[in-house]
Design a binder for this molecule. Structure first.
Ligand SMILES: Cc1cc2nc3c(=O)[nH]c(=O)nc-3n(C[C@H](O)[C@H](O)[C@H](O)COP(=O)(O)OP(=O)(O)OC[C@H]3O[C@@H](n4cnc5c(N)ncnc54)[C@H](O)[C@@H]3O)c2cc1C
Length: 351
């Protein structure tokens, strides 16, 4: 919105709209329509005087300072910022690519959910939903989907939540875990633990060790963060597949390249993958991209130690995981709703 003189900015993103994760469970549950979820990159880029290319970056030639794209010619850069997030795809499981949809990236997931609901409304399919991954994201999505199919009045089988380890929600506090388990019970969600999926087919999935097959016609994978594979061929220094950055968000081995959000690993202060860090990095990233081009002073990024986690529970209710307490209810939902709407309102500004 405040262009640097003489600098041309190019944004590369596969879709013209970028969905916001904070509101995804509310969209799945039917509390928001699709337009509430999407940041319109065309409008934003036009107002900022930036060029938008809707394509996938597939590689970086760090010596030649070029980014290769899936369908268009390479683009040259002086300064590059990589913010491609993570994926929750399950490439190692047979049939996952054809018969499961990953929670991330969000755009394709939201599209497939809408299409599945349309087919259910037309009675072309009876919803049989399974979520693979019993972390917070998997639980939040399972609750949202169970609420939606029940509130739509579909004839359906109980949603299945499948976890390879002996327990779900291992990273939350015990009070939150207890309350979320109660919510899972409330919606009749079938939690299946010690269940490592071996194969996914059009009609469901089979497990490694003697468990009965599960029938499902909408399978979501929420199995934790995975880095995008192609980064490993760039020559950028990686930590477990994520771009290692210093406290100015610069790649630690390649000048002129920055990384932020989930795709970056902050070796100086490791943090979990959460949107709050991506958002707080943005002003520092902006300053430092400008500084890289102009020779000005760079700013340091100091991530906060803890942050407010708000988890929605299907209906318009949410729970928060903070200081070992777990207050829950409609008022937490209203707080979450306000924070999310205020965030999205920032992208609706007039020129
Ligand atoms: C179900 C769910 C709920 C969540 N809820 C919360 C929450 O309530 N609070 C919170 O703090 N965090 C939450 N998170 C985590 C949060 O979504 C991420 O931490 C946050 O989105 C990271 O932002 P990012 O910009 O790094 O990546 P993303 O938001 O994933 O954005 C990356 C963008 O890059 C694009 N992209 C990917 N590959 C390429 C490529 N090759 N070329 C070009 N573009 C590419 C993608 O299409 C996407 O638009 C949640 C995650 C999930 C899965």
């Amino acid at each position: 919105m405040n262009p640097a003189p003489g600098v041309s900015v190019t944004v590369v993103n596969p879709q013209a709209k970028a969905p916001y994760t904070g509101m995804l469970p509310g969209f799945i549950a039917g509390h928001y329509d699709r337009s509430a979820l999407d940041i319109d990159l065309v409008k934003l880029a036009r107002r900022a005087g930036a060029r938008l290319i809707t394509d996938f970056a597939t590689g970086i030639d760090v010596a030649g300072k070029q980014v290769s794209l899936a369908e268009r010619p390479d683009i040259a850069y002086d300064t590059l910022s990589v913010d491609i997030g993570i994926t929750t795809k399950l490439p190692i499981i047979a049939g996952a690519a054809q018969h499961a949809v990953s929670a991330k990236p969000l755009g394709p997931f939201a599209n497939q959910w809408e299409a599945f609901l349309t087919r259910s409304k037309r009675d072309e399919v009876t919803p049989q939903i399974a979520v693979i991954g019993g972390g917070v994201a998997g639980v939040e999505l399972a609750l949202a989907m169970a609420y939606r199919v029940q509130s739509e009045g579909f004839e359906t089988t109980p949603v299945k939540l499948i976890e390879a380890k002996p327990d779900i929600l291992r990273e939350t506090g015990s009070a939150v875990r207890r309350k979320l388990r109660r919510e899972l019970n409330h919606y009749g969600i079938n939690v299946i633990t010690n269940a490592r999926v071996k194969k996914i087919t059009a009609s469901g999935m089979a497990f490694e060790a003697g468990l009965k097959d599960v029938q499902a016609n909408f399978v979501v994978t929420a199995t934790g963060a995975r880095p995008h594979n192609w980064l490993s061929e760039t020559g950028l220094k990686l930590h477990e597949g994520y771009i290692e950055v210093d406290d100015r968000l610069r790649s630690i081995n390649t000048p002129g390249i920055f990384a932020a959000g989930d795709c970056a690993h902050m070796a100086f202060a490791p943090r979990p993958k959460a949107g709050v860090f991506a958002v707080r990095q943005a002003p520092v990233l902006l300053n430092n991209l400008r500084a890289d081009l102009s020779g000005r002073k760079m700013r340091l990024y100091r991530p906060q130690k803890s942050y407010l986690k708000l988890i929605s529970t299907g209906r318009k209710s949410a729970i928060t995981d903070k200081w070992g307490l777990a207050p829950k209810g409609k008022f937490i939902w209203r707080l979450k709703d306000k924070i999310d709407r205020d965030f999205m309102d920032q992208f609706q500004m007039t020129p």
